[in-house]
Design a protein around this ligand. Structure first.
Ligand code: THU
Length: 141
């Protein structure tokens, strides 16, 4: 693992046991590095009303946005299971919002990184809100 990925892995390891997953028993932690080099972490937070629970990626993105940052340079998703925990479909769209074609998405477990993807690998043809883009560009001319 390169230095940045190792930092993210350690940060995710540091919080994974705080995940609140009494229903699935499947703890997930995420650590992301913004373009400015700051690290933000998140864990999954489940709920008795199952759909109300949130993914680890969601809380890490929320922490980054609350700190005034908008761009993810790399992210590590640590799933506490035997298989590879790749982000769920909804989280792929959430991550896409704050990613660039250079953003690296590492996935792995407590033992370290096992695979790395680009956002385009994970979500080709992602939804973008074109009307917004057009309004912004026409109002700036
Ligand atoms: N989970 C995440 O936190 N991130 C993902 O990308 C995949 C799934 C959580 C949601 C739920 O609390 C548990 O894993 C089992 O689905």
């Amino acid at each position: 693992m390169d230095e940045e990925t190792e930092k993210l892995w350690r940060a995710a390891l540091g919080v994974v046991d705080h995940a609140y997953a009494p229903y699935s028993q499947f703890k997930v932690a995420t650590a992301l590095c913004s373009v400015s080099g700051r690290i933000f972490t998140g864990v999954n937070v489940e709920n008795a009303a199952y759909p109300v629970g949130s993914c680890a990626e969601t809380s890490a993105i929320g922490a980054m946005i609350a700190a005034g940052e908008r761009e993810i340079r790399s992210i590590y998703i640590l799933g506490d299971g035997p298989g590879l925990t790749t982000p769920c479909g909804a989280c792929r769209q959430r991550l896409h919002e704050f990613s660039t074609p250079r953003t690296l998405v590492h996935v792995g477990g407590r033992e370290g990184s096992r695979a790395c993807f680009s956002m385009n690998d994970l979500l080709p043809h992602a939804f973008v809100f074109e009307r917004d883009v057009q309004e912004q560009s026409s109002s700036s001319t």
